[in-house]
Write a protein that binds this ligand. Structure first.
Ligand code: PHB
Length: 385
């Protein structure tokens, strides 16, 4: 029997054949919008939306529909918050998060539901290590990367002993472990690892201990609001001029205005820096400042921007059809991302292989000094992909 197509059915068929039938892609942001990492979440969202806006508001012909959850950097609420986006909102793609502990819960929920996840910050080594999986990617770094880069710099500078200090959770532990690995390989010694619970900022007793140990240098991981308080307390304790403070660049990224004099001159390592002065980075910074005049174009904004670029690469490969998960993921994994930080590729585990810059705080910028380690790949220990 001959079937007659109704007008709407015909329109649908035509739309499919024109490749425009998958009209929207649903993107779920799970980010901290409150607490010590609130500004980081905001910058990531800004960066992501900026890239989409530059593409005329669409990725691979798809309108982007946004959903948001404030994860409060609270790991215990991680599963519930992730499922708000996955089950309630039925998002196609998850973008999250900042805090490594929350990201572990998010990655598990993404795996259980076979949802594609792009992590725009959290560095938890395990996610691109033993827990690596085909649906999870990072546009950011592993916690090991900036720490490892700084350990080499510290040794190069002739430091023989160091104390490490950080919050007592995955990011702090893994960042300081990365530092210790390269510092000790080069003949240095980490004589003490000091910690306090996240997100506490009662640094005083620990600073007193540093003063009594008198190491050649201190290496630290802190970020966001806590980083501001740490540099201020370190300077106020009179340590800034006597014991060089070295850090993963998060210590001074997006925070310089609030840190004022306490951050001047600090040396840090990170996969982004001010003053790269490439056409790609200059264009990004100009447009970011135009859209968000109150905010510095920091590493978090870049990571959000690049998460959108990675998604775009995946969507283009499947003509916007998010149901073709395997092909989309393969395209993301094989993409070359033209990042403001410099071009990067992804490791098999889905983590950026990227230059680590040495930066120095000068005024309100983290001025690039040099590339500390070129094309540094996370070792992805335990990843079986
Ligand atoms: C993390 O928890 O992995 C983390 C948080 C903030 C940063 C960097 C890493 O700035």
């Amino acid at each position: 029997m001959k079937k007659v197509l109704t007008r709407t059915a015909l329109a649908t068929v035509l739309a499919f054949s024109a490749g425009t039938a998958f009209a929207t892609v649903k993107v779920g942001f799970m980010l901290p919008y409150s607490g010590t990492y609130a500004k980081l979440g905001e910058a990531i969202e800004n960066g992501f939306k900026l890239y989409v806006q530059e593409q005329g508001g669409k990725l691979a012909g798809q309108e982007v529909q946004y959903f948001k959850v404030d994860d409060e950097s609270n790991p215990s609420k991680g599963p519930e918050n992730a499922n708000r986006l996955i089950k309630r909102d039925q998002v196609d793609i998850l973008i999250g998060t900042v805090h490594s502990g929350v990201a572990m819960a998010l990655a598990k929920a993404a795996n259980d539901s076979d949802t594609t996840l792009i992590i725009p910050n959290a560095g938890a080594d395990a996610i691109t290590g033993p827990l690596c999986s085909k649906n999870v990617f990072r546009s950011s770094f592993s916690n090991w990367q900036p720490g490892y880069a700084m350990g080499s710099v510290a040794a190069e500078q002739g430091h023989k002993t160091a104390v490490t200090i950080s919050w007592n959770y995955a990011a702090g532990k893994e960042s300081t472990d990365g530092f210790k690995e390269s510092f000790e390989k080069a003949g240095g010694k980490v004589v003490k690892h000091l910690t306090l619970p996240f997100p506490n900022v009662e640094f005083q007793p620990l600073l007193t201990e540093i003063a009594s140990i008198k190491p050649d240098a201190v290496y630290t991981f802190f970020a966001g609001g806590g980083a501001v308080k740490f540099t201020q307390d370190y300077a106020a304790a009179g340590l800034k001029d006597s014991i060089p403070l070295l850090a993963a660049g998060f210590l001074t990224d997006g925070t310089l205005e609030a840190q004022g004099a306490s951050a001047q001159g600090l040396l840090t390592t990170l996969h982004y820096a001010d003053g790269l002065d490439t056409p790609r980075d200059n264009a990004f910074r100009e447009n970011y400042k135009k859209n968000f005049p109150q905010l510095p174009p920091d590493v978090y904004a870049v990571q959000g921007y690049d998460a959108a670029q990675m998604l775009d690469a995946g969507l283009k490969a499947v003509n916007g059809d998010v149901s073709k998960k395997d092909a989309m993921r393969e395209a993301i994994r094989n993409a070359r991302i033209d990042s403001p930080r410099g071009e990067f590729t992804l490791s098999k585990a889905g983590n950026p292989v990227q230059d680590m810059y040495l930066r120095k705080v000068e005024g309100d910028v983290n001025k690039v000094v040099k590339v500390a380690v070129e094309k540094l790949a996370d070792p992805a220990r335990g990843c079986k992909l």
